[in-house]
Design a protein around this ligand. Sequence first.
Ligand code: PLP
Length: 421
Amino acid sequence: MTLAERDLKVIWHPYTQMQTAQPPVSIVRGEGALLFDEDGKSYIDAVSSWWTNIHGHAHPHIAQKVAEQLKELEHVIFAGFTHKPAVELAERLLAILPSNQAKAFYSDNGSTAVEVAIKMCLQYWHNQGQPRTKILAFKNAYHGDTFGAMAVSGRSAFTAAFDSLLFEVEFIDLPTEENIQNLKSQISNLKSQLACFIFEPLVQGSAGMIMYEAEYLEQLMAHCRAEGVLMIDDEVFTGFGRTGRRFACNHVQTEPDIMCFSKGLTGGTMAFGLTTCTQKIYDAFLSNDKMKTLFHGHSYTANPVACAASLASMNLFLDEQTEINIARIVQAHSTFAQRVAAHPKVKTVRQTGTIVALEWETGENTSYFSNLRDKLYHHFLNRGIVLRPLGNVIYILPPYCITDDQLAYIYAEIEKALGEI
Ligand SMILES: *Cc1c(COP(=O)(O)O)cnc(C)c1O
């Protein structure tokens, strides 16, 4: 039996209709931007393995630091105990975040980082005896798959089976020049009920790489600050260089109250989540009254190995070479985008930093369930490229170490496919 056959006997895959899915590709090894299957065939990982991998696969520096940590301490309870990797990671990360970020709360993944952020906001108001329970979010948002994270995400096919159980959220449009005044008055009208505003900065990834401008995000954030509405900046996807700057919030002036991190945090090595907040939020939980405690934690909170992977990834992230690589990808994407923009099969092409997305003209509305999706997916897989279209939207967001030749090959194959499919 092949590994794929054994897999199908025992495994249920994420986001996969198992009845119609093709057998999975068995990956045995990764190196740089490449993945290798059982037969030695290579694939360029153009989607950074679900947007997580920023420095390439099986990076020797991360591998070494993780191995060293495993021999020192693999895990310890984080209530009443601490360890150096957790302290050092919080110190080093807070040092490069907006200056108002003061405290770090560890968890396990992006969804839990969001859950913690939501709980911090709700309990911030609860602890002060002025409960506020309404949350503001963008239409089509995606903040994760646990119930709280789902509730603040747009209602969609992903949430349909659970919609009646999700708490109510006020959804607003993405800000544009035309609607910004209107959005501001909506916020002003709701402000006394709003526990917080949660948003994906600049790019709504799962919605289909929908992008909006920093200028209008800044206006919304400044308005929230003026109206006393707490802001959760969900940087799970955009953090660690994706948008061309270290964090997407570096494109705006107003500092968020809370930030969420996961995907790129460990360099794509392992599951990990982190929520940071201001001193003011933290202080609202300080009390002799035990009921004001943030009662939240996971068995693996602040796992030392995940902290070590994150510290190693941070070393690489802050290295000058990474900055050069990011600038190189931004430039290459931009040249590619200009080249294909006028193609009749290209409905739109858009870019934010190291993310470029191309909407394929299908003659129908853009949809996650577009029939084109599977066709495109297998077309590129056969040509040794992992692209994972969101419906008829294909996007490239590679590890920063991807070579110019690998990028050029992806662009060329997409241009060829535009002519053929
Ligand atoms: C992926 C994602 C999440 C959820 O992270 P998981 O680790 O998959 O739970 C939350 N927010 C955003 C913006 C994401 O892209």
